[in-house]
Unconditional design. Sequence first.
Length: 209
Amino acid sequence: MHILQHFRKNDLLQIIMNTFSRSLKPIFLTLVFTLTFLFIYGIIGTSFLRGKFYHCDQAPANSKLVSLSRVKDSYDCCNFGGDWINPDRNFDNIFNAILTLFEMMSREDWLTVFYMAVDATSVGSQPVENSNPMMILFFLPFMIVGHIFIWHMYGGVMIENFNRARDKFYDYALMTSEQRNWVEMQRSLIEKRLKIKIEEYNTPLKDFA
């Protein structure tokens, strides 16, 4: 009971709860759109980059390993004492692709994945710098739409609904109970979109026209 009384007296808490309730539906729709966007891009990324992020990892303690410029594929890497590894962020399957793209959308170390894709060659081959520049056309539109538009859409939804809830709350706070009832009645009429049916009467003037 004390918590409810405190909640009713705290204007900011009421505004926050109203913002949260108003934002559930638009955030859900935005989330569905985001997952669809990531799924489509994930399928495309998997078809182009599956198994191509593997690379030879140098082992400083191993004296057999020579310059990576001499490593052409996984066999050379193993022969020279290196480790043929795959990074955590890859496009080997749709699940990893979606997680990788979601992390890139937040701009969390997205350039690392970008450069790995641009350097990717073929499955089992050592990456070569700038050997796959066409991947720029894949990631550039993704970052523009994903980060600039979709990622900031969530914050925009919350800010817009917060402003609406705040304005509605303070407008109501200055009204009397009769004024609030009148406003609610007007809003319900607008939402129902009542249509007034005008009956037509046949008159001599109408027949003449």
